[in-house]
Design a binder for this molecule. Structure first.
Ligand SMILES: *Cc1c(COP(=O)(O)O)cnc(C)c1O
Length: 396
């Protein structure tokens, strides 16, 4: 892409721009204060304090204690750790895990791995909006269930899950409750006590922080084993010299995000709703995927009949617009996403999906330009589609 072409970035669920203030906060920890937090001299005390300050900020952002925050290399590691280590630590009690069909692959593939190790996993269905059914969850609970892992909000369709009710159920049955909050953290308010969350995954690069850093909240009293063996870092549960600049960046990003959470969500919701309203009313044969209201403030996910999401993405890219589609390129064939299939979309409709995720930097002008481009491109693609032609002929 040429330098002078302005990019309209609407793929903030994939990753976000690291804020300049965050980068600025990180820089001295590469060049000036590069000491190892584990060393004894005064100089490294600066790094150590920076790590502990960040831990404090993260803890207070979810109503936790600092010693319950463990730094990781991001959301995938946090999910892997929570699920594998809990399974291992609690396997004497039982070997049954409950999750949902719409989890991120970091959760789904970890559960599949555990199935190969002899664990049993129940994958809960979701309704047409992507919400798990509490009744089905209740029925799935068994005496040997040791863990429930359900995401706070879905990364593709933006649907928020009934986390408080799930936490309540888990607590009543004395089952551990893990939530992948990578999309929700610092975008919607979260209180681990109120929702009875035992473990929570978050990732820096989904909240305008750096990539390759995240955290796992582990409630005091949860028996969980070390994930990376080695030194005594992270209370002997996650060895390795701390990613100090990353941790400082994550702390700064969380501090900024928490301070603006409400206004940011309001602003994003306003633009998101304008986007949804205009697309649904101006582009025929289109649906909104995910819950109409209980969804992430910055997420709009559409399915356009008679077109391929990939073609739409490429043409949007040519118009300077970054979005994403629900298709995942698996072994050369374009399979529709497991999330869209789980909400009951037929294959041919699930193929024509487009996810647009906003940031606080998104403007109304951008949204209006994007709607115009979607209209133009969808019309163009449909005009080349034999399926659409047949459909139109039949209609007459
Ligand atoms: C992005 C994402 C992850 C993975 O996080 P990384 O930091 O990229 O490893 C996990 N779960 C959800 C819901 C995500 O959106």
């Amino acid at each position: 892409m040429s330098d002078d072409k302005k990019v309209i970035y609407l793929d903030n669920a994939a990753t976000t721009r690291t804020k300049p203030e965050v980068v600025e906060a990180m820089l001295p920890f590469f060049t000036e204060y590069y000491g190892n937090p584990s060393s004894v001299y005064d100089f490294s005390g600066i790094s150590k304090k920076a790590v502990s300050d960040a831990r404090q900020i993260l803890a207070s952002s979810i109503g936790a204690k600092p010693q319950e925050i463990y730094f990781t290399a991001g959301g995938s590691e946090s999910d892997n750790w929570a699920i594998k280590a809990a399974a291992e630590a609690y396997q004497k009690k039982g070997r049954h895990i409950i999750t949902s069909k719409i989890e991120h692959h970091a959760v789904l593939h970890t559960c599949q791995y555990l199935e190969r190790q002899g664990f049993e996993v129940t994958y809960l269905d979701v309704d047409e909006n992507g919400v798990i059914k509490l009744e089905e969850l209740k029925r799935a609970i068994r005496p040997d269930t040791i863990l429930i892992s359900i995401m706070f909000a879905n990364n593709e369709i933006g649907t928020m899950e009934p986390i408080k009710e799930i936490g309540q159920l888990a607590k009543e049955h004395q089952i551990l409750f893990h939530t992948d909050a990578v999309q929700a953290y610092a975008h919607v308010p979260i209180d681990v006590d109120e929702c009875h969350i035992d473990m929570l995954s978050a990732s820096g690069h989904k909240l305008s922080g750096p990539k390759g850093i995240g955290f796992l909240y582990i409630r005091t009293g949860v028996k969980i084993l070390s994930f990376i063996h080695g030194g005594a870092q992270e209370r002997k549960r996650r060895a390795g010299t701390e990613n100090v600049p990353g941790i400082v960046g994550l702390g700064k990003a969380a501090e900024l995000a928490m301070a603006t959470l409400k206004e940011r969500a309001e602003k994003e919701k306003g633009l998101r709703d304008r986007l949804i309203r205009r697309v649904l009313s101006e582009v025929p044969y289109t649906r909104l995927n995910g819950h109409p209201t209980d969804r992430l403030p910055n997420n709009a996910d559409f399915a356009f009949q008679f077109i391929e999401g990939e073609s739409l993405l490429i043409m949007l890219d040519m118009a300077g617009i970054c979005g994403s589609s629900g298709s995942a390129c698996t072994s050369g064939s374009l399979d529709p996403s497991h999330v869209l299939l789980a909400i009951g979309l037929p294959h041919e409709i699930a193929h024509g999906s487009l996810r647009l995720t906003l940031s606080e930097e998104t403007t109304m002008e951008e949204i209006d330009y994007v709607v115009g481009e979607i209209k133009r491109i969808v019309e163009r693609l449909r005009s080349m589609s034999p399926l659409y032609e047949d459909f139109v002929k039949q209609g007459r």
